[in-house]
Design a protein around this ligand. Structure first.
Ligand code: ZN
Length: 658
């Protein structure tokens, strides 16, 4: 492993121990093979002043919620060092008391809570303490010969058997360093957990870590296999949607199912014995809160209902019954990782972010398991130790912060057409704000920039081209594993010609985009909506359907046809639980259809000012694209769970419609 330390880079922080601590913590955090997603922790001991100006020695230790990769000074709460050390001498200390005491020792009570390993950092007699969960070293400890291998590899380190992190670990280390002066060792290796290095110099603590990890990597290179099997299999996306549905049911809420079908992932999933080697347990128990103890193993062509997921749920319930006590409440029994034979590794989560964390851990785990197998066998900690950590209050607290009340579309996938501007863009934003992962389609390539953010993606698609639509739908499923909400919004308004003046082009193009393309989109998405979670199909009609005017027959007829198409769809799809509803907007002027001059011309025709024209409805209300987007998102939610085949106006009230 390469050291990333730069003397020139570090020189900028000379004389500022905390700044230096930030610098080398980020070096550790930037390497996924050392720490992942909030794992690992670091600290520095320094003098500071309390509120009254008294000199005081404190421990700056990583605060919860911070990641070493991006940590800054405020990520290191200062706690009183002397009193923190005293906690290690207590006979027992409950989790609640430890959390309370550590918080009470903070100089700034508004800072984040100190790491659960704060006491351990306090008792190690060195200025800089670095702690990682490095794959290479932990993999060697997950081996039947783990202790022997590590003793040979690390004669200059203390090697300690696994105990629960937190207070129990600090007691174990406290006893060990009383017997043996840690100054005589380069570091501490914690079986099935990680490595501590320490020094009064930031550079030495960091470089000792790199050196210890390099030894493990060299051992693996010399004694194990690093080139992993590769495979390439075509994936049936309907099967993926079926798996996603079964997992969503098991978790009790919609889940994204993000498939890693890289040759690496497929190679692992294609191993004959993957069901044996992948189900022995995680690299380190710390991962259990993200990935659960084991993945679900899913057959190549899962049948309806996916019995493998039902079995996983039953196994999880048995695991809870065997290890849990009456004081515990079972967590949801759904898998977070699916190893889909031949097809790859699926991460299940309520957001793309949760999935990406799970996918990263799954990727590192399959490396560790395969390498472990090649050097004598992969052996994780016993089930009861993993269980203890999974149900440890302080671990669950790490997840709690990301939770909060669920948004109505959390874990759902939505597809919106005509997404580059106006109602389509506003609908994408409303659905995303309500928690959905959203894909916005548009023929205008600008959609890629217009619809771009976390869990919200623009794609170019010509809706009148069947192949282009099929490719877009495939990409949606490949990205998120399924589809729950489709909003058919794309539409054109060519010109206001009277019937006898209509050109063939106006008529044909209007029908092609507004009507035929919608039927084709429905046809391409319905197979996935049938496997969706609370599936909803929404059609954007027009007030023009119920209250037509002279001119623009093509537009008016296309919207009437669209409404009829939706009514038929509502009848056909109700049995599948798919709701189909129509909205009829009017006078939404902040869309691409309306330019300033078109607005002025129309207002003049009614002898009105533009302002009067915009609010020319019974409620005298101006209607914006955002209003329409919010209505559509709400109609896709459970608020409208008992409504299908409905037509809802959003036009400020029209006496011609009422
Ligand atoms: Zn740790």
């Amino acid at each position: 492993m390469q050291s990333l330390w730069s003397d020139a880079g570090a020189a900028a922080f000379a004389g500022d121990a905390l700044a230096l601590r930030v610098y080398s913590s980020r070096l550790l955090g930037s390497n996924e093979d050392l720490v992942m997603h909030g794992g690992g922790n670091t600290s520095v001991k320094a003098m500071t002043q309390d509120f009254f100006g008294n000199e005081l020695e404190v421990l700056y230790v990583k605060g919860s919620g911070w990641d070493l990769k991006t940590i800054e000074k405020p990520g290191f709460p200062a706690i009183r060092l002397k009193e923190t050390r005293m906690l290690a001498n207590l006979e027992t200390l409950s989790d609640t008391d430890m959390t309370k005491q550590l918080r009470s020792l903070m100089l700034d009570p508004t800072a984040p809570s100190p790491s659960v390993e704060a006491i351990l950092h306090a008792i190690l007699p060195a200025t800089f303490i670095d702690h990682t969960h490095t794959d290479a070293v932990v993999t060697l400890s997950n081996n039947p010969q783990g202790e022997a291998i590590l003793s040979k590899l690390y004669p200059d380190c203390m090697i300690l058997p696994y105990v629960m992190p937190g207070f129990i670990l600090s007691k174990q280390v406290n006893a060990a360093i009383r017997q043996n002066d840690p100054a005589n060792y380069k570091g501490i290796i914690l079986m099935h957990h990680g490595v501590f290095t320490y020094s009064d110099e930031a550079k030495t603590a960091y470089e000792d870590m790199i050196e210890l990890v390099t030894r493990a990597e060299d051992y693996v290179a010399a004694n194990g296999t690093i080139s992993l099997p590769q495979a390439q299999h075509p994936v049936d996306l309907i099967d993926l949607a079926r798996i996603r549905k079964a997992v969503s049911k098991a978790r009790g809420s919609a889940q994204l199912a993000i498939l890693d079908q890289t040759p690496d992932a497929q190679g692992y999933a294609a191993l004959e014995n993957v069901d044996h080697i992948a189900t022995r347990g995680p690299i380190t128990p710390d991962h259990v809160i993200r990935t659960k103890r084991v993945p679900a193993i899913i057959s190549t062509s899962p049948v309806e209902g996916v019995p493998e997921i039902e079995r996983y749920v039953a196994d999880y319930q048995a695991y809870f019954a065997a290890n849990g006590g009456p004081e515990l409440k079972i967590l949801d029994p759904a898998p977070r990782v699916g190893l889909w034979r031949n097809m790859g590794s699926i991460a299940f989560g309520s957001s793309a972010k949760e999935c990406s964390i799970i996918a990263d851990i799954a990727r590192h785990t399959r490396w560790a398991v395969q390498v472990g197998e090649s050097i004598g066998g992969w052996e994780a900690l016993p089930e009861k130790d993993i269980f203890e950590l999974e149900y440890w209050v302080l671990e669950q607290a790490k997840l709690g912060k990301n939770g909060g009340p669920g948004k109505p579309h959390q874990g759902k996938v939505a597809l919106v057409t005509g997404a580059n501007s106006g109602i389509g863009k506003a609908t994408c934003e409303a659905l995303a704000a309500d928690g959905a992962a959203v894909i916005g389609l548009d023929i205008n390539p600008e959609v890629i920039e217009q619809i771009n953010g976390i869990d919200i993606t623009g794609m170019v698609c010509d809706l009148t081209d069947t192949q282009s639509v099929a490719a877009a739908v495939d990409r949606v499923i490949t990205l998120y594993g399924g589809l729950d909400i489709v909003v058919c919004n794309a539409g054109i308004f060519k010109s206001g010609e009277r019937i006898e003046d209509h050109t063939e082009d106006t008529w044909n193009e209007t029908m092609a985009v507004n009507l035929t393309a919608t039927q084709r989109l429905m046809s391409a998405t319905i197979p996935y909506l049938k496997l969706g979670i609370e599936p909803s199909l929404l059609v954007v009609g027009s007030r023009n359907y119920a209250a037509p005017g002279p001119g623009a027959a093509a537009y008016s007829v296309s919207k009437a046809g669209l409404t009829q198409l939706a009514r038929v769809a509502a009848l056909e799809l109700a049995g599948e639980g798919i709701r189909v509803n129509v909205i009829h907007p009017d006078a939404v002027f902040d869309t691409a259809l309306w330019t300033e001059s078109a607005l002025a011309t129309s207002a003049a025709r009614y002898a009105m000012s533009v302002e009067e024209y915009k609010t020319k409805n019974l409620l005298s209300k101006e209607i914006s694209a955002v209003d329409v987007g919010r209505l559509l998102s709400t109609m896709a939610s459970s608020v409208f769970a008992a409504t299908t085949g409905a037509q809802i106006p959003i036009d400020g009230g029209s006496d011609r419609v009422i």
